[in-house]
Design a protein around this ligand. Structure first.
Ligand code: ZN
Length: 155
């Protein structure tokens, strides 16, 4: 594995880093990220996120990563949320110092120091994740839009 990637790297460079070719599915990108991190990534829908400022959240637990996304009928929107959280992982944002979070009450029992909310794009970290998520989306083939493979792949 070469040097780590940055938010401004090109799609081909990121594809090489992930060991993927273009035309993959978002689930393939999740799988490749899981392999790089050496731990499972679990992707789940959470209706708790609907109606909040956060449409996605990533919990970096000791032995696995969990991504929760808001319930949506739109696969492209779900993909966008998941790839944003994946971008945080690829950029190593779990190694940054804790940030002040605006987590709603329903997550108050969880260790929030490792949680990042997609709340403010003024945060440079959020802007970086969004930029990389956009580049990751370029690797996804329109024919591979469905994320329905997620649950089976990571259980
Ligand atoms: Zn974010």
């Amino acid at each position: 594995m070469g040097r780590s990637i940055t938010a401004t790297d090109s799609a081909p460079r990121i594809a090489r880093y992930l060991g993927l070719l273009a035309g993959v599915s978002a689930a393939d990108i999740v799988k490749a990220t899981s392999k790089l991190r050496g731990r499972p990534i679990v992707v789940r829908e959470s209706e708790h996120l609907n109606g909040t400022d956060a449409c996605g959240v990533w919990f970096a637990h000791a032995d696995e990563d969990r991504i929760f996304h808001a319930a949506t009928p739109y696969e492209s929107y779900r993909q966008q949320i998941v790839l944003h959280e994946i971008a945080h992982m690829l950029l190593g944002h779990d190694k940054l110092p804790p940030v002040e979070t605006q987590a709603p009450d329903f997550f108050s029992d969880l260790p929030l120091d490792r949680v990042r909310w997609r709340a403010s794009f003024r945060d440079g970290v959020e802007a970086d994740a969004e930029r990389l998520a956009y580049t990751l989306a370029k690797l996804v083939s329109p024919r591979q839009r469905s994320l329905s493979g997620f649950a089976q792949a990571f259980e």
